[in-house]
Design a protein around this ligand. Structure first.
Ligand code: ADP
Length: 660
C-alpha cells in the first residue's frame, strides 16, 4: 500500500478520499486554489499545497502545478476524484512521467472510452449491445439526416466528446434535423472544442441503469451490481439508487456480464462505470438495454453501491493501484438491502436551478445516515466550482425503508445563508411514480411546477419569523421586565407590526405580546397563538394550541430562516420605512443577495450623486449595479473587488447628512 497520496480534487470527493486514506493508514496531500484556502478538504488532509488562483483552469485543471505538488510533497500516487482531470489521459501520462502512480485506469483505457463514437464502435465489436444509430466518421448534414431517417424519429444527436448533457439534442421531425444539428455542434464546439456528433435512436421511455465494474492489473474484472440513475433533470442525475427497481436476476446477470466484457475489452484496471440505457416502454426487458458510455473513474453516486455491498470502493481503488489483486471474486459479492443518494446543491429550483452562492450561516445535516460533504457551517459557496455541497445517503432493508429514511434525512437538512434544493429533493421522494419505483428519465420533466416551487410557509413558520424579526425569541435575560418588553411600547397596547419578504411577496405581520412568552401573530386575517418555552439562540421549543414542537430559527442581518415541521423557509425583514440608516435614501448600501463584488466605483471621500453606480456585484449569474441612495460623501467602503459577500453585507457607507 502507498505511504502518501495526493488528491487532485476538492469538495466532498476530496474529503471522502481522505477519510478512507486515513482509515487505511495512508497520509494525504490536498491541493487547493486561492478560493479554497480555508476549505474542509484542506483542513482534513495531512498536508496541503496551493496550486493556483480560483479559476479551475488555473488550479484544479493545472497539470504541471499538480504534478509538481505531488513530487514536492513526496506523494507516491495521485487520486483524481471525479470531474476535473479524472478522465484526462494527458494527466495520467504526466503523473506517470513523474514516476508516480495514477489511481485509476491507464491513459489508453481512458482514450478508448473518451469519445462516444469510438467507444460504441469498440463495444459493438466486443459484443456489447449498443444504442441503434450512426457513430461513424461522416459528418455532412445531408448524410446524417439520411441516417436519422434510417434510424427512425425521434432521434438524439450527441456530441462525440460530450459530457454533462452538453451538445445533446432530441429531434422529433425530419424538418428540424439540420437546425438541431447546427445548434448541437455549436454547443459541442464551444464546450469541448470538438463539434463532431453521433446520431442515436431516441428511447421513448428510457431508464438510466449503470453497472459498477472493477478491474485489477492481474486481468481480473468483476461487477458490483447496478445503480439506477433515472431520476434526472435535464439529463443530470438528481437521486440515485441501488439496486434498480424491478431488476430481475437474469437481467442483472446479462447487464453485469456485458459490463465486465466492456471493461475486459480495454484491459481495464480500477473503478469504472458502464452506463446503459434501457428502453422500458414495455417494462425492463433483457433484450432492451444498450451501452451508452463508460466512465473511467469513480462516480459521484458510488456510495449507494458501497451501501448495498458493504465495501469501500476508494479502498479498492488504492489497493488495485498499489498492484494488489481485487479483494473479492464475483461469487463473493452480494447485495444487501437498498440504498438511495440525493445530491444537495446550492441552487434555486424556483429560479431555474440557478447556482446559489454565499456563506453557509447554518449547515446542519442529519445524523445517523451517511452524509458526504465538502463544506461546513461558516464556509463560503463560491461561484467557481460545482455547486454540489453534500450527498445524503440512506440504506434500508427494503426500498420503501431506504426511501422513507431519505425523506426523513432531507427534512433534517438545515441550511441557511445559501439557497439549496433540499425542498425539491424532499418533494421528489413523495412523487407517487418514484415511490412506486416506476422511474424513467423524463419523470421530473413531466411533473408539474409544484415540484419546483417552494410551497408558502405555514402560519406557524410565519409567526416564528415575526418573533425573530422583532428580537422576541431571545431568551428572557434575568428578571429585567424592560428587557423582556424590548421593542414594545410600555404604554397602551403591546402591539407591533413587522414586514417580511417571503416567496417574492411582502407580508405584514401584527404581533401582540400577551406576557411571559405568549404571543398572537396575525397574518392575512389568520391569528396564530404561540407560547415560546425555550430558545438557545437557535433551537426553539414552542407550543401552538398547547402542542409543543421543536423549531430552529436563525437570523443573520435581515435574513431569517425558520426550520419547522421538516421544511426550511427563508424570510427577509423588509426595510422599515423611516428607520434610521437602513431606510431608502439612508446612509448604507448593502448587498441585496450573496454574491461577488466585481467593481467598486467610488472610494472614501468621493462625492456622489443619488443614482450614481457605486458597486457592481455578480449574484445568481446576474450583474447587479448598486447605486447611491442619495447625494453625499462616501465615508467607508469595507469591500473590494473580488470579495464574496453575504446578503446584507455593508458595501458602502455614506457620511451622515449634515443638518440643513
Ligand atoms: P453525457 O455524457 O452528456 O452525460 P450520456 O450519453 O451519458 O450523455 O446521456 C445522458 C442522459 O441522456 C442519459 O442518462 C439519458 O437520460 C439520456 N439519453 C442518452 N441517450 C439517450 C437515448 N438514446 N434516448 C433517450 N435518452 C437518452
Amino acid at each position: 500500500m502507498f505511504r502518501k497520496i495526493l488528491i487532485a480534487n476538492r469538495g466532498e470527493i476530496a474529503c471522502r478520499i481522505i477519510r478512507t486514506a486515513r482509515r487505511t493508514g495512508v497520509a494525504t496531500v490536498a491541493v487547493f486554489s486561492d478560493a479554497d484556502r480555508d476549505a474542509l478538504h484542506v483542513a482534513l488532509a495531512d498536508e496541503a499545497v496551493r496550486i493556483g488562483p480560483a479559476e479551475a483552469a488555473k488550479s484544479y485543471l493545472n497539470i504541471p502545478a499538480i504534478v509538481e505538488a505531488a513530487r514536492a510533497s513526496g506523494a507516491e500516487a495521485v487520486h483524481p476524484g471525479y470531474g476535473f482531470l479524472s478522465e484526462n489521459p494527458e494527466f495520467v501520462e504526466a503523473v506517470e512521467a513523474a514516476g508516480l502512480v495514477f489511481i485509476g485506469p491507464s491513459a489508453n483505457a481512458i482514450r478508448a472510452m473518451g469519445l462516444k463514437d469510438a467507444a460504441k464502435a469498440l463495444m459493438e465489436k466486443a459484443g456489447v449491445p449498443v444504442v441503434p444509430g450512426y457513430h461513424g466518421e461522416r459528418q455532412e448534414p445531408s448524410f446524417l439526416a439520411g441516417e436519422a431517417e434510417a434510424i427512425g424519429y425521434p432521434v438524439l444527436i450527441k456530441a462525440r466528446a460530450g459530457g454533462g448533457g452538453k451538445g445533446m439534442r432530441k429531434v422529433e421531425r425530419p424538418e428540424d434535423f439540420v437546425a438541431a444539428l447546427e445548434s448541437a455542434r455549436r454547443e459541442a464546439e464551444s464546450a469541448f472544442g470538438d463539434g463532431r456528433v453521433l446520431v442515436e435512436k431516441y428511447m421513448a421511455k428510457p431508464r438510466h441503469i449503470e453497472v459498477q465494474v472493477f478491474g485489477d492489473a492481474h486481468g481480473n474484472v468483476v461487477h458490483l451490481f447496478e445503480r439506477d440513475c433515472s431520476l434526472q433533470r435535464r439529463h443530470q442525475k438528481v437521486i440515485e439508487e441501488a439496486p434498480a427497481p424491478g431488476m430481475t436476476a437474469e437481467m442483472r446477470a446479462a447487464m453485469g456480464t456485458a459490463a465486465v466484457r466492456a471493461a475486459a475489452a480495454i484491459g481495464y484496471s480500477g473503478a469504472g462505470t458502464v452506463e446503459f440505457i434501457a428502453d422500458v416502454s414495455e417494462g425492463l426487458r433483457q433484450d432492451r438495454f444498450h451501452f451508452m458510455e463508460m466512465n473511467t473513474r469513480l462516480q459521484v453516486e458510488h456510495p449507494v453501491t458501497e451501501a448495498i455491498t458493504g465495501l469501500d470502493l476508494v479502498e479498492w481503488q488504492l489497493r488495485v493501484a498499489a498492484g494488489e489483486p481485487l479483494p473479492k471474486r464475483q461469487d463473493e459479492l452480494s447485495i444487501d438491502g437498498w440504498a438511495f443518494e440525493a445530491r444537495l446543491y446550492a441552487e434555486n429550483p424556483a429560479r431555474d436551478f440557478l447556482p446559489a452562492t454565499g456563506r453557509l450561516s447554518v449547515f446542519d445535516l442529519p445524523e445517523g445516515v451517511r452524509v458526504d460533504s465538502g463544506v461546513r457551517a461558516g464556509d463560503l459557496v463560491t461561484p467557481y466550482y460545482d455547486p454540489m455541497i453534500a450527498k445524503v445517503v440512506t440504506h434500508g432493508r427494503t426500498r420503501a425503508e431506504a426511501l422513507a429514511r431519505l425523506e426523513g434525512a432531507l427534512a433534517e437538512c438545515r441550511v441557511a445563508g445559501v439557497t439549496t434544493n433540499a425542498g425539491f429533493l424532499a418533494r421528489l421522494c413523495r412523487l407517487p411514480a418514484f415511490s412506486a419505483g416506476d422511474v424513467d428519465t423524463g419523470l421530473i420533466g413531466r411533473s408539474g411546477e409544484e415540484l419546483l416551487t417552494e410551497p408558502e410557509a405555514s402560519e406557524e413558520a410565519f409567526a416564528l419569523a415575526a418573533l425573530a424579526a422583532l428580537g422576541l425569541l431571545a431568551a428572557p435575560s434575568g428578571d429585567d421586565p424592560w428587557q423582556r418588553l424590548r421593542g414594545f411600547r410600555l404604554w397602551g397596547e403591546a402591539v407591533q407590526t413587522v414586514f417580511l419578504d417571503h416567496g417574492g411577496a411582502e407580508h405584514a405581520l401584527r404581533v401582540t405580546m400577551r406576557g411571559e412568552g405568549r404571543f398572537r401573530v396575525e397574518h392575512g386575517g389568520v391569528a396564530t397563538d404561540l407560547c415560546v418555552q425555550s430558545f438557545d439562540g437557535r433551537a426553539v421549543r414552542v407550543a401552538f394550541d398547547g402542542h409543543t414542537l421543536p423549531a430552529t430559527v436563525h437570523r443573520e442581518a435581515r435574513a431569517i430562516t425558520v426550520f419547522f415541521a421538516g421544511r426550511g423557509h427563508a424570510f427577509v425583514l423588509a426595510e422599515e420605512a423611516g428607520h434610521q440608516g437602513e431606510a431608502a435614501g439612508g446612509d448604507r448600501l448593502s448587498a441585496p443577495m450573496p454574491g461577488l463584488v466585481r467593481i467598486v466605483s467610488a472610494g472614501p471621500g468621493a462625492r456622489v450623486k443619488k443614482g450614481d453606480p457605486l458597486v457592481t456585484m455578480e449574484a445568481m449569474k446576474m450583474e447587479l449595479v448598486l447605486a447611491a441612495p442619495r447625494d453625499g460623501v462616501v465615508a467607508a467602503v469595507p469591500v473590494a473587488a473580488g470579495d464574496q459577500v453575504p446578503e446584507g453585507a455593508l458595501l458602502v457607507a455614506l457620511a451622515p447628512e449634515e443638518a440643513a
